[in-house]
Every structure is written in structure tokens, then in C-alpha cells.
Design a protein around this ligand. Structure first.
Ligand code: ADP
Length: 455
């Protein structure tokens, strides 16, 4: 696809004066791009083989704080290096930045060159390999919703977060006119991603003032996760260039809807046949699909940390705003945590609606796959479809209401421990608990406003 580069094409583009900078980046625990900006000459000379980064990059929080309690690294271990190994299959142009290309990296041990088990790309690669061993190719799409503000990011530093101006004044779900006003950002984003070899399907206004959604064509799970992290970065970079900002917080304001990242999933055979389709079965759902969905329902509560990683993520799960509160399945019902889409056709798929736009796509896809594959391995039986208003269904399986509950459930998940390894589960339980500890410690604006005068 246009925008993808081989090393030879990069060399030619450098010779032609088209590209002078290569971003060499690895996704971190938060799904952010972390790395260095290489001069293209140096990248072509040696950087394409490997570079290094401090191993605290997989042990920090959003603030880059050196979080205690990780086994992978610590002050006691001296915070050594990881090797960043460029995955040259991800080398691409970055059309929205002048003269720039990007490559994503895998993180390996500086000494042994073994993959770092807690690295998001490694975690997903392991589940994809497992699916392939079972004869399946997992195909995934992650929709992304986000809010667009007239404010520049720099304003946030000076208390500007309290004066956010969403780019529109009304619910703009499917609106053409309002989204026309947002085209300086959204057209640049669609065309920029396309020019970077990311197959954008469309963007649309979403169901809240200032909210947009972007959809990218489904692809194999690793590529989709790569698309996801690049798309978020692109949206921020392009918004910044226009003096605007975007947020992928799950819930930036309790009075407004949250932002989701619905994950569409299907399994295919290596020959390209849809393993989820059986035209003779009910809804066209094959036995494999029913077992896969049964596995995801069985483990939905245990994997919620990977779909909702922050304290804030849980504020999105509220009644009446299209975000689900129940981990049940349904056909075409948007209040269920899992929805079957494309029934009866080759696009028949499971859409997990639990995740927020703040999820790390590598971790979310890995956890969803691990759960689905467990369902297939164990031949799990699918429970009956839920109908009607799930919000009111009292006996239905609840999505954990807090990160605290979700972390406990993850810690106790024998399935995720077996699938991902204890080192991975313990690492991300620690990440969740740290978020809770910080949230418990920090005094917020809300508390000050409520108590300063009246307490
Ligand atoms: P909706 O109208 O529910 O938003 P779309 O047709 O826009 O559905 O598709 C949503 C996402 O699902 C898109 O990103 C699309 O590429 C993806 N998708 C379509 N078919 C499949 C499939 N078989 N497996 C995984 N994802 C798929």
C-alpha cells in the first residue's frame, strides 16, 4: 500500500531529499509511542539494526514516574537498557510531518536479545502465534472515538483543562455539516493515515458535542494494533499543528458521553476462509465463533483491566450513554458488552464494546484472543443471547465497576496466567494498583471545590 517503505525505498527517498528524519519508536504500557528521532543517514547506516532505550519505559506511569514494585526493573536493578529492534515491516512515511518516516520496534533484552515478555507487542505476538498453531488467523479492527477541542495542548498547563471548548456545541452523531467544520483536522488525518499506508475507511461525527470517530479497515491483529497507536499519535500531532487538541480519555467529563474503542474480531483460516461463518447455523455463527464468544464472556471480568486500564476508564461504564455495563452478548444491541455483527455473511464477527479509547490495543487484543481461544480449546458452550435493555437486566454479568475490582479479578485469573505468563499478569496488576494508589493519594479539584469553604 502507498506509504509503506522498504529500507531501499527509504534510502532512495533520502537520496532524493524527500526524507531526512526517521522516528524509531516502541509502544509503551500506555500504548504511547516512545523512542528517538534519527537522522535518516544514521538510521540507514546502522540505526535500522537496533538502538537502545532505558528499560524504565515499561515500568512508568503516565507521568514517567519510576513506579516501585515491578520485577522487570527497579532502582535496585539500576534501570538498565532494552534493545529497540526496528520491525522493518512497519517502516512507513509520516506525511503529516515534513521529511519524516516512522518504524515501530520490538523490545528485547540488552544482553540475551530475548523478547521482553511484558512488552505490549510481545504479549500480542504470543497470542497470535497461539491462534496460528490452532489453525486460525485473527483479524481485528479497533474503532477509535475521541473529542476535539479548540484549545491547544499548551493551554492545559495553565489550568486550561477547566476551560475546554469542544469543537462543536451539539451532539454531532453522523452530522455532515458540523463535521465539515472539523475537516481541517479530520481530512488531514484521513489523508495522512492513508499516505502512511493505513487503510482508513471513514470518519464520522459521534454522539456528543465535539466527538469524532475514525475507522480503519480490519487487518491481522498486530497490524491493527500498530495502526491504532499510530492513529492516536497522528490525531494529536495534526491537532497540535492546527492549534487544537484531541483527547482519548475514556471519560473526560462526567456530564458527557465517554469515548470507546470497540474491538471487532474474527478468525480466518490461513487460506482466507472465514472460520466464524457457517451459513447453515443460527445467525450464520459457526461452532468456532460460538465457543470463541463463550470464552470471552467467561473471562470478560478477568480481562477488564486490559480494556479499561485507568481509574477514569470505569466512569465511562454508566447507564444510558451507549457504554455497556453488562458483559453479555446480543445481536445488534448496543447496550451489550459483546455484539455479534454482520450475521450470516463472511463479515460475521464479535464486537467487544467494553474497551475505552484509552485502552492499549496490543494488550486488549491479546487478552480478548486469549479468552476466545480458551473458549475454543475448552469447547465452551455459548449462553443464550440477551435481549432488551441490558442496563435494567439485574441478574446479567456485570462489568467490574472499579479498577480495584478489575485488578483483583486479573490477579486471580488462572486462564490469563496460563496464556500470558505470571510475569505479564503480575506486571499489569501492579500497573493497575499503582493507578489506584495514586488516585487514593492525590487531592483533586473536585474535592477542593466541594470542601474548601464548606467542609
Ligand atoms: P459499524 O456500522 O457497526 O460501525 P462497520 O461496517 O463500520 O460497522 O465496521 C466496523 C469495523 O469492523 C470496521 O473497522 C471494519 O473494518 C471492521 N470489520 C469488518 N469486517 C470484519 C471482520 N470480518 N473482522 C473484523 N473486523 C471487521
Amino acid at each position: 500500500m502507498v506509504g509503506r517503505l522498504t529500507l531501499e525505498q527509504l534510502a532512495a527517498a533520502f537520496e532524493a531529499g524527500e526524507i531526512d528524519t526517521v522516528l524509531v519508536a516502541a509502544p509503551d504500557m500506555q500504548g504511547r509511542l516512545m523512542g528517538k528521532r534519527f537522522h535518516a543517514a544514521h538510521f540507514l547506516d546502522s540505526g535500522w539494526k537496533e538502538t537502545h532505550c532505558c528499560n524504565y519505559l515499561l515500568a512508568t506511569d503516565m507521568e514517567m514516574y519510576t513506579v516501585p514494585g515491578y520485577r522487570s526493573t527497579s532502582w535496585a536493578a539500576g534501570y538498565g537498557d532494552y534493545t529497540m529492534k526496528p520491525d522493518l515491516a512497519t517502516l512507513r512515511r509520516v506525511p503529516w510531518l515534513p521529511g519524516t518516516a516512522l518504524v515501530l520496534c520490538d523490545l528485547t533484552d540488552h544482553h540475551t536479545h530475548a523478547e521482553v515478555p511484558v512488552a505490549p507487542r510481545s504479549i500480542l505476538r504470543r497470542q497470535v502465534a497461539r491462534a496460528r498453531e490452532m489453525g486460525f488467523v485473527p483479524m481485528v479492527a479497533t474503532e477509535l472515538e475521541f473529542f476535539v477541542f479548540d484549545n491547544a495542548y499548551e493551554e492545559f498547563r495553565d489550568g486550561g483543562v477547566n476551560a475546554l471548548r469542544p469543537v462543536s456545541g451539539y451532539n454531532e452523531d453522523y452530522h455532515i455539516f458540523q463535521t465539515t467544520k472539523e475537516e481541517p483536522l479530520m481530512r488531514a488525518l484521513r489523508n495522512g493515515l492513508y499516505g502512511a499506508g493505513i487503510p482508513v475507511e471513514n470518519s464520522k461525527g459521534e454522539a456528543e458535542a465535539g466527538q469524532e470517530e475514525i475507522n480503519i479497515r480490519y487487518s491481522d491483529a498486530m497490524e491493527t494494533a500498530d495502526f491504532h497507536v499510530i492513529t492516536k499519535n497522528a490525531a494529536k500531532e495534526i491537532a497540535h499543528s492546527l492549534g487544537r487538541s484531541v483527547t482519548f480519555m475514556a471519560k473526560y467529563d462526567h456530564r458527557r458521553a465517554g469515548s470507546s474503542s470497540h474491538v471487532h474480531q474474527s478468525l480466518w483460516t490461513p487460506e482466507g476462509k472465514p472460520a466464524f461463518l457457517d451459513r447453515d447455523a443460527e445467525h450464520g455463527m459457526s461452532l468456532v465463533m460460538r465457543q470463541f464468544l463463550a470464552g470471552q464472556l467467561a473471562h470478560a471480568r478477568a480481562m477488564t483491566v486490559f480494556l479499561a486500564p485507568y481509574v477514569n476508564s470505569y466512569k465511562r461504564f454508566c447507564v444510558g450513554m451507549f457504554a455497556p455495563t453488562k458483559a453479555v452478548w446480543s445481536l445488534d444491541n448496543r447496550t451489550a458488552g459483546f455484539r455479534v455483527c454482520g450475521e450470516g455473511g463472511k463479515a460475521v464477527r464479535v464486537e467487544c464494546r467494553i474497551g475505552g479509547a484509552d485502552l492499549n490495543p496490543y494488550l486488549a487484543c491479546a487478552a480478548l484472543l486469549a479468552a476466545g481461544l480458551d473458549g475454543i480449546e475448552k469447547g465452551m458452550e455459548l449462553e443464550p443471547e440477551m435481549r432488551g435493555d441490558m442496563y435494567a437486566a439485574e441478574s446479567a454479568r456485570e462489568i467490574p465497576a472499579t479498577l480495584r475490582d478489575a485488578a483483583d479479578l486479573l490477579e486471580g485469573s488462572a486462564m490469563l496466567r496460563a496464556a500470558m505468563g505470571d510475569a505479564v499478569v503480575d506486571h499489569y496488576v501492579r500497573a493497575a494498583r499503582w493507578e489506584i494508589e495514586e488516585h487514593d493519594r492525590v487531592v483533586t479539584d473536585w474535592e477542593r471545590l466541594r470542601g474548601l469553604e464548606r467542609a
